[in-house]
Design a protein around this ligand. Structure first.
Ligand code: AMP
Length: 431
């Protein structure tokens, strides 16, 4: 099979790495890819994965490439092309592609759509309202005592959610998003949710329109600094599985959320083929969904795919074909930990082009994989080219061992201004 993977981050490197292990794959491209992806070789015939200079949002060029190369399956990593309708465009042109179509991708591209859907179909969620009028929104927030989450409807690079603790903070948030247009068109409608207290988890499930197969649990670390301080980022590290939820409890939460979600999709004629990834708060009254994503998480993918034993090509194929109920997922019982090494200053301004050393030493460590996110080649060197630079991932039979191994690899890698959190998975081990 010939595969095309779309995207350029750590998630896509993990996807490429895992897909390349499949005996079904004879050739693979990644558009646009990164310097780490360009080093991967196919297990079947040792050929290199080829990076092609087409952006993830250049839908026409991607389609033309897939047709020209007779790609058998295109795998979409990021949310933007999904929201733009890449799956619909490929399907119209009879090209096989994995990911939700534009209508199904609305679970991520529109928080108002998701919220309405959840309320209509009994998916447990926060009390909420949808607004385009600031005065009405203020009144609703006041009714919650100002303790709420104010969210831009559309995609805002993960920054469109403001958590408020008082009516004046809520007013400021409404003013910023709805009146001043801080997130442009994404914020012409807002969702206000009551503030929920509890433990936050995220779930991933692979769907084929009929069946949703739940992944093991994982937990992300969104803030830039140790102790969950500092600014929100795309994710500074993750680990799997989480110790505070047994496999049975996780399956129950999955059923409470995904049961009504799937039934709602059927009722509405939404054909969701891809990853559904709800962010969930475990509250005293049970699990409640904060939001949905419609693609693999980054860096969750890095820990999931290092634990996955099954052939990922077969799983994605079954998701496209609607045959997931016949497929068994095999997961290693190992724990996996991913520590993100970022450029100094991220998520604000940061320098690029810093030479990265120590990658060869880290590569020699057992059960360790350094996934590249923001890297480029500059002659013989790997240099930094993004905020999140590397996702250093290790797996072992215990979480403690996996964590120690990931940090051992991190210590081998150096670049000017490198920043990483030192407490990834620490909370899980303190319990
Ligand atoms: P979202 O992108 O909607 O998941 O929001 C980003 C983050 O804001 C979540 O991961 C939570 O930590 C927090 N958050 C969102 N909605 C709520 C809510 N209703 N109550 C408490 N925290 C929330």
């Amino acid at each position: 099979m010939k595969l095309l993977v779309i995207g350029s981050g750590g998630r896509e490197h993990a996807l490429v790495w895992k897909l390349a292990q499949s005996r079904h794959v004879t050739r693979m491209w990644c558009a646009p890819g990164n310097a780490g992806i360009a080093e991967e070789r196919l297990a079947g015939n040792s050929s290199l994965v080829e990076c092609v200079k087409i952006g993830a949002e250049d839908l026409n060029a991607l389609l033309a490439f897939a047709k020209e190369q007779r790609v058998d399956l295109t795998v979409v990593g990021p949310d933007n092309p999904l929201g733009m309708g890449i799956v619909d465009s490929f399907q119209r042109n009879r090209q096989r592609i994995w990911g939700p179509n534009q209508r199904a991708a609305q679970f991520e591209s529109s928080k108002a759509f998701s919220q309405q859907f959840m309320e209509k179909h009994g998916v447990p969620t926060a009390r909420s309202g949808i607004f385009s009028d600031a005065a009405v929104a203020r009144k609703f927030a006041e009714g919650l005592g100002g303790r709420c989450a104010v969210k831009a409807d559309g995609l805002a690079l993960g920054k469109g959610v403001l958590i408020c603790g008082s009516p004046s903070e809520a007013n400021d948030a409404i003013q910023q998003i709805l009146v001043q247009g801080a997130f442009g068109k994404a914020g012409t409608t807002i969702v206000i949710q009551e503030f929920l207290e509890g433990t936050e988890i995220s779930l991933h499930a692979l769907c084929d329109g009929q069946t949703a197969k739940l992944f093991p649990t994982s937990q992300d670390h969104k803030r830039a600094l140790d102790g969950d301080l500092g600014l929100n980022t795309g994710g500074m590290g993750t680990y799997s599985p989480v110790p505070f939820l047994t496999a049975k409890e996780s399956a129950e939460v999955g059923e409470q959320v995904l049961g009504p979600w799937l039934r709602g999709c059927h009722a509405e004629g939404i054909d969701f083929r891809g990853i559904i990834y709800p962010g969930i708060m475990l509250t005293k009254e049970g699990p409640k969904v904060l939001e949905f994503n419609a693609r693999f998480g980054d860096p969750e993918t890095q820990v999931y795919l290092t634990r996955l034993e099954s052939d990922l090509v077969e799983l994605l194929d079954a998701s496209v074909e609607g045959t997931l109920s016949k497929v068994d997922f095999q997961w290693r019982s190992d724990s996996s930990v991913c520590v993100v090494m970022a450029s100094g200053g991220y998520p604000r301004e940061y320098a690029k082009g810093r030479v990265i050393s120590g990658l060869d030493d880290a590569a020699k460590l057992p059960n360790t994989k350094v996934f590249h996110a923001g890297t480029q080649r500059a002659r013989e060197d790997f240099v930094t080219s993004g905020g999140r630079v590397l996702g250093v991932t290790a797996w072992a039979s215990t979480l403690q061992q996996a964590r120690d191994a990931a940090y051992r690899a991190v210590e081998k890698i150096k670049f000017d201004g490198a920043h990483y959190r030192r407490d990834i998975a620490a909370k899980a081990l303190a319990n």
